[in-house]
Design a protein around this ligand. Structure first.
Ligand SMILES: *Cc1c(COP(=O)(O)O)cnc(C)c1O
Length: 370
């Protein structure tokens, strides 16, 4: 924590109090970087060529990334005014929260969930309302609906939930949206949608019009399954006026022509994408099963990561993984998230995980029934 007095200029006190940004650890040459849910594969076929073919870096990009919008609109069966492109879906989250909330307003989301959420409200000047997850690490949608007040301007639903893994089902989501006032924005963050194998999972793109309800905006990204994290490109599907409001708060021209081209080329490589996603999902299921067999209580894992509810041991266990050349992501006091990366890392993860689980006392929530 820092203090406004430490700054050479006057800084908003709530901004001064934010911890400085720290990226997941970079891995050394020998280590596996499993801390940021990145894709271990090279870019999809055609992406490198598309990047090389993109000329004109002296020119500004197309402000609305119209070709990519058209292409995504076609793919999801909506009109292109229902698609908005951002420099990563995190930037669209910021745009939306800024567009709907300010001082005195509230943003409701589950916790623990995506690390970016608490900061969104702070930057907008509004207040984050965190609703604890259920014991099995799923969203407590009843409690989230109960947390909505006159002041609520947005509710964020993260499925699969980063960092714990479980999905929200379509039935749960539909019932939840019924309870949310029609003038409160529901952000359905589906950053890991492509990895989901649970047949009953919510799919924000299933309903005509993008989400079926005018107050629901669905977020997806090219960073995870498509492997373009370094290029920064994500998208939203929802009501055109809500997306206009998001554009108004966003920094213009932040989606580069390179990012747009790479995203278009990735969409052309649908078949290769499916194959890779299947490899990761199989690897994830094998990893989760191995961890459970070793005695860990691993929540349902539907993204490209698994969660170890290590509680107060999170930092110590992460250090043990790191010593073995595995860079993982600890959340102090809560747990350790491990991304599903290279195949060679799986056996190593299982070995370390089995060696640390014995430090958990009987009855610890991290211990499974195995
Ligand atoms: C990774 C992630 C995103 C998207 O990140 P971008 O790279 O900005 O597109 C959004 N939501 C969640 C929950 C994520 O984990």
């Amino acid at each position: 924590m820092t203090d406004a007095a430490d700054f050479p200029v006057r800084v908003r006190p709530e901004i001064a109090a934010l911890p400085p940004y720290r990226q997941g650890k970079q891995a050394g040459a020998e280590a596996f970087k499993l801390s940021s849910n990145e894709n271990p594969f090279d870019p999809l076929p055609g992406v490198v060529e598309a990047l090389q073919a993109t000329t004109g870096v002296n020119r500004y990009p197309d402000a609305s990334a119209a070709r990519l919008r058209e292409r995504l609109a076609e793919r999801f069966g909506v009109t292109s005014d229902r698609v908005h492109i951002g420099a990563g879906s995190v930037s669209i989250l910021y745009q939306l929260v800024q567009a709907v909330s300010g001082p005195g307003d509230e943003i409701v989301f589950a916790w623990r969930s995506f690390e970016a959420y608490p900061g969104l409200a702070v930057v907008a000047g509004s207040t984050a309302v965190q609703v604890p997850l259920l014991p099995d690490a799923r969203h407590d949608l009843d409690a989230m609906a109960d947390a909505i007040t006159e002041r609520t301007r947005a509710v964020i639903v993260c499925t699969p939930n980063n960092p714990t893994g479980p999905i929200v089902t379509q039935a749960e989501f539909d019932a939840f949206v019924e309870k949310v006032p029609a003038d409160v924005l529901v952000i359905l963050d589906e950053a890991y949608a492509e990895f989901v194998t649970a047949p009953d999972a919510v799919d924000g793109m299933r309903l005509p019009g993008g989400a079926g309800r005018d107050n629901v905006v669905v977020l997806r990204t090219f960073s995870k399954a498509f492997g373009l994290a370094g290029l920064r490109v994500g998208y939203a599907v929802g009501h055109p006026r809500i997306l206009d409001a998001a554009r108004s708060t966003g920094i213009p021209l932040s989606v580069t022509a390179q990012a747009e081209e790479a995203a278009l080329a990735s969409l052309d490589a649908e078949h290769a994408l499916q194959e890779r996603v299947a490899v990761i999902a199989e690897r994830r299921d094998r990893l989760a099963a191995g961890l459970r067999a070793a005695g860990w209580n691993v929540p349902d894992a539907q993204g490209n990561f698994v969660w170890l509810p290590a509680g107060e041991h999170a930092l110590a266990f992460a250090a043990a993984f790191e010593e073995a050349g595995l860079i993982v992501r600890p959340f102090a006091g809560d747990g350790v998230r491990i991304s599903v990366g290279e195949e060679e890392a799986v056996e190593k993860i299982l070995r370390i995980a089995a060696s640390v689980v014995d430090h958990l006392p009987e009855g610890h929530p991290g211990r499974g029934l195995a």
